[in-house]
Write a protein that binds this ligand. Structure first.
Ligand code: PLP
Length: 337
């Protein structure tokens, strides 16, 4: 039986070329700064995004939480959309790690504007937490892979600069956003103080994320990574996979996007589906007449795995290990439900 795993773009396995690159990596003790493959990855990713420096971490949660710690003080407040991964899916880490409160806004599919943010910046008053950081997500996971363009980001960055706020990007799927918008990675550095990039999502590396920022921030980030237990030793084997992914798996993201399109178009024709969100990138969110769990059970019987994000909402995510014949098979199964 054909099996298809549409639960997440984190389920990919290293390709033969990637395994080859890992096998031949030159490694050292990264806590001593001696792993040359990690050093290469950090410099390469920073240069790609027009940033000064980078730090390789075990997860995107860690890069985001380190960034929040670097850009705030206890008793501060950050501003994010109510769907934000940093708020919803990082275990309450904003409060736990940084002692910071969160002001949640209601963006359209998770996309904020400067006009939404501006009135939520607290005035200087001892009653109020001090607003010091704005966090954007691109693409927005819970928005169904929706994207910011740099034209939308520029006024937010301008507002942050004029009000002395830091601006961090949770770019877990930033390369998906770039593939869709046509913006250049190198232009991101001038707008953001920090950028997190996941290597283990659409790019298909087995482990890891990088945080990119200026040199002083990354120097402090190394202290925070250590205190969180994220200082790794010969992790260059993982960095080698990440470098391979940056070199070989960025261009192909468009294929994942076209697969998502095909699935979204088919879903729109299904009478058991009430609504399909526009599939801008590699995520398709859709609402079902029956409870999502019933549909998921039927899909599972046919070898297709997916997740629900709400009682009547299902998420499909396409990735490196979803091939055209699996998309075709999924379409046939959707028609038959
Ligand atoms: C996956 C993801 C992260 C990081 O998740 P980890 O599993 O900790 O690597 C951060 N932000 C978004 C939007 C994500 O989808």
């Amino acid at each position: 039986m054909i099996t298809v795993d549409l639960r997440s773009d984190t389920v990919t396995k290293p390709t033969p070329g990637m395994l080859e690159a890992m096998w031949s990596a030159k490694v050292g003790d990264d806590v001593f700064g001696e792993d040359e493959t990690i050093n290469t990855l950090e410099a390469k990713a920073a240069a790609m995004f027009g940033m000064e420096a980078g730090i390789f971490c075990p997860s995107g949660t860690m890069t985001n939480q380190i960034a929040i710690k670097c850009f705030t003080q206890p008793l501060d407040e950050l501003i994010a959309d109510q769907t934000a991964h940093v708020y919803r899916y990082e275990g309450g880490g904003i409060a736990f790690n940084s002692g910071v409160s969160t002001r949640l806004l209601n963006g359209y599919r998770g996309i904020l504007t400067a006009d939404m943010i501006e009135p939520e910046i607290n005035a200087e008053n001892i009653h109020y937490p001090h607003t010091s950081l704005v966090v954007l997500e691109n693409t927005v996971n819970k928005g169904g892979g929706s994207c910011y363009t740099l034209d939308q980001i520029a006024p937010i960055a301008e507002l942050c600069q004029s009000r002395d706020l830091k601006l961090h990007l949770d770019g877990a799927r930033i390369f998906n956003a770039l593939a869709h918008t046509g913006d250049k990675a190198g232009d991101y550095g001038k707008y953001f103080d920090g950028v997190s990039v996941c290597l283990s999502k659409g790019l298909g590396a087995p482990v890891g994320s990088v945080l990119l920022a200026d040199k002083a921030t990354i120097k402090y980030a190394r202290r925070i990574r250590k205190v969180l237990g994220g200082g790794m030793r010969q992790a260059g084997f993982l960095a080698a996979a990440a470098i391979y992914a940056l070199d070989h798996h960025v261009e192909r993201l468009k294929i994942d996007h076209s697969h998502a399109q095909v699935l979204a178009e088919e879903l729109a024709k299904c009478d058991w589906v009430t609504n399909v969100m526009p599939a801008e990138t590699n995520i398709v969110l859709f609402d079902t007449v029956q409870p999502a769990d019933h549909i998921l059970a039927k899909l599972e019987e046919k070898g297709i795995k997916a997740n629900s994000t709400d009682k009547n909402r299902i998420r499909f995510v396409t990735h490196l290990d979803v091939h055209p014949e699996q998309v075709e098979y999924t379409v046939q199964v959707l028609k038959s439900l």
